[in-house]
Design a protein around this ligand. Structure first.
Ligand code: F6P
Length: 319
């Protein structure tokens, strides 16, 4: 193996650049050539590919987003699209690929591996929803961005004695809501993994009020419903003044935390090692501070185990 390709795909996540840097530098350190594929799988189909040198990835470790840019590509889900991608890989003489992204991006990696191009998936998404790893690249940064927002909103909530409903990202997974809600002292956390009871939420708010509690923070993962919908539902059960705040894409950007940079560096480097060992069709991850790898088939479409213990704790601590 002489040439490794790298692409980022799906929603961007802080730390993707640190992972790209690790893949490029680890490859060059080992006498391999590294090729950046721009705009994810659509760039692969279109041959938007350039060789990356050591300097190409200088001054990016601290930057959010992805220097390779990202895209969600419908065409690559088809056999024809994959064939076009393979032709481009052959044209550039690329022997193997590192795919940095989420579950959807790993589908492409699996398809390419099955067609003779070994791929390794590096989990990067703010949602922290990939199995085979305790943490995905970008989650820690997003968590801290959300916490920062919660802390600010809390100032206004307390000054004006209001209940704030804050909508965070997480289409299918509640980790951002759970972790930020627990760390931000939220009274109520709504996640797609757990059922909620509106009467019970209203009752808790009501008994809080009776104890003299003047403000509350409610975190809603977007996968449950929008914060506006929740505010309307809540109004039917309790008469309190609420305000809604949708954090949106600010959660995806920004300087990666130290944790995300280190995680990205370790996972990116391990991906190259696996390819050098002749392995493909695997994903890398972290479990109990050890870098691990798993068959991509065992990871795909498997929701990561939700921490019910943490959810229960959040209920206890928010009485
Ligand atoms: O990256 C995952 C995610 O942030 C989801 O939580 C969210 O629903 C989705 O991406 C939105 O992405 P986009 O606006 O890029 O389609």
């Amino acid at each position: 193996m002489k040439k490794i390709g790298i692409l980022t795909s799906g929603g961007d996540a802080p730390g993707m650049n640190a992972a790209i840097r690790a893949v490029v530098r680890k490859s060059i350190y080992n006498g391999l050539e590294a090729y950046g594929i721009y705009q994810g799988y659509s760039g692969l189909i279109n041959g938007n590919i350039k060789q990356l040198e050591l300097g190409s990835v200088g001054d990016i470790i601290h930057r959010g987003g992805t220097m390779l840019r990202s895209a969600r590509c419908e065409e690559f889900k088809t056999k024809e699209g994959q064939q076009k991608g393979i032709e481009q890989l052959k044209k550039f003489g690329i022997d193997a690929l590192v795919v940095i992204g989420g579950d959807g991006s790993f589908m492409g990696a699996k398809a390419l591996t099955e067609q003779g191009f070994p791929c390794i998936g590096v989990p990067a998404t703010i949602d922290n929803d990939i199995s085979g790893t305790q943490f995905t690249i970008g989650f820690d940064t997003a968590l801290n961005t959300v916490l920062n927002a919660i802390d600010r909103i809390r100032d206004t909530a307390s000054s004006h004695e209001r209940t704030f409903i804050i909508e965070v990202m997480g289409r299918d997974a509640g980790d951002i809501a759970l972790w930020s809600g627990l760390a931000g002292g939220a009274e109520t956390i709504l996640v797609p993994e757990e059922k909620y009871d509106m009467e019970n939420i209203a009752e808790r708010l009501h008994s809080g009020q009776k104890r003299g509690k003047k403000h509350s923070i409610i975190i809603v993962a977007e996968g449950v419903m929008s914060a506006t919908e929740f505010a309307e539902e809540l109004k039917k059960s309790i008469n309190i003044e609420t305000r809604v705040s949708v954090l949106g894409h600010i959660q995806r950007g920004g300087t990666p935390t130290g944790f995300d940079r280190v995680l990205a560096s370790r996972l990116g480097a391990r991906a190259v090692e696996l390819l050098m060992e002749g392995k493909g069709g695997r994903t890398v991850g972290i479990e109990k501070d050890q870098i691990v790898d798993n068959d991509i088939l065992s990871v795909l479409g498997q929701p990561r185990k939700f921490s019910s213990d943490m959810y229960d704790l959040s209920q206890v601590l928010s009485i």
